[in-house]
Design a protein around this ligand. Sequence first.
Ligand code: NAP
Ligand code: FE
Length: 365
Amino acid sequence: MNFTYHLPTKIFFGSTCIADNIVEFSFWGMRPLIVTGRSSAKTSGALADVETVLKQLGMEWSLFDRIEENPSFATVEDGGAAARAHDADMIIGIGGGSALDAAKAIAVLAVNEIPARKLFDGNFPAQPLPVIAIPLTAGTGSEVTQYSILTDTERQTKRSFASRALFPKAAFLDARYTQSLSRTITINTAIDALSHAVEGYLSRRSTAMSDHLAIDAIRHFSGMFNALGRDSLTLAEREELLYVSLLGGMVIAQTGTTMIHSLGYSLTYFRHIPHGRANGLLLAEALRFMQPAAPGKIASVLAALEIPDIDTLKKTLSSLLGPEQPWTREELHTFPEIALQAANIANTPRIPDQNDLKTILAASC
Ligand code: NAP
Ligand code: FE
């Protein structure tokens, strides 16, 4: 056994974890910029809980609530300017993966006046501001990863940049905030979390530690198939999903994702298919392709899911996700071509070529 395991984020999990741990907010600064999407921080109740804490601590905060889904360079550059205008010394991200990833980018841009596209060079001289992350989806696990994923219109894809300085200092996971999620977003984001655990487990960079977390995540997810098929979930079920999402994030922080995410980015960029749904559409056919290279691990994934075979997994995922419009000839050509340029493709246990990706995509709708 030979591995490293690095997770510098302090995790607080459970209902009322923000109000119960006020002092944690005081360690990182006194002038936070709160980074959120347009409405979910308010409707979920998370923003009010954070503001109560900041008031009690006598902090002066400013709110930047303009993060869109799949955040753009322009938005995070505006966020960096807003942080400087407020003289912010910390960033509090509240939201789904989009707001949390934007919060990380803004933490860098606040103290490095560079165009957002330069973030991908990994060359920012000043250390980013500390980030506190409060996820509202269960989900991306971004609250415990060193990644930030932005939309690159020049390259016509989504791209990830990574730095160990981007790990949030603290993450507060309270499943009550996910109760305001629609059924569709609940399903899409839950499948993203599953995909992280499965991809991380199969990744060439997986380790004994990450495998342990991944299998636990997949087992917890298996009990959720029925719940996700219903119209509403209990708080206990939402807590399960948030736990899966947390574990999934802890896994990919060590292992990265694989070709499922690489190809999924094109589905989101060109077709506006939500991130988790994109991964879910591809998952079963990607497993079929990877099977010859990792038969034992894929058997373990299916066993942990309590699903007999890949065909049954495909049917189960399809019944949750619903149908997708068939891909055009041009999409079947372009999406694989772009996916092959993504760095995470190299983590896949069986490296696909463009034709392989085309076959996987064609069978995935
Ligand atoms: P999202 O894009 O953050 O949010 C999707 C939608 O859900 C938004 O309209 C948002 O509203 C709404 N929403 C979020 N939480 C809600 C709540 N509690 N109640 C009601 N509505 C809510 O979705 P996501 O799937 O969490 O994040 C996807 C992004 O994360 C993608 O860009 C993906 O590439 C990235 N990602 C990052 C990592 C990582 O490690 N950093 C890993 C995987 C994926 P508002 O706009 O009002 O907030
Ligand atoms: Fe993801």
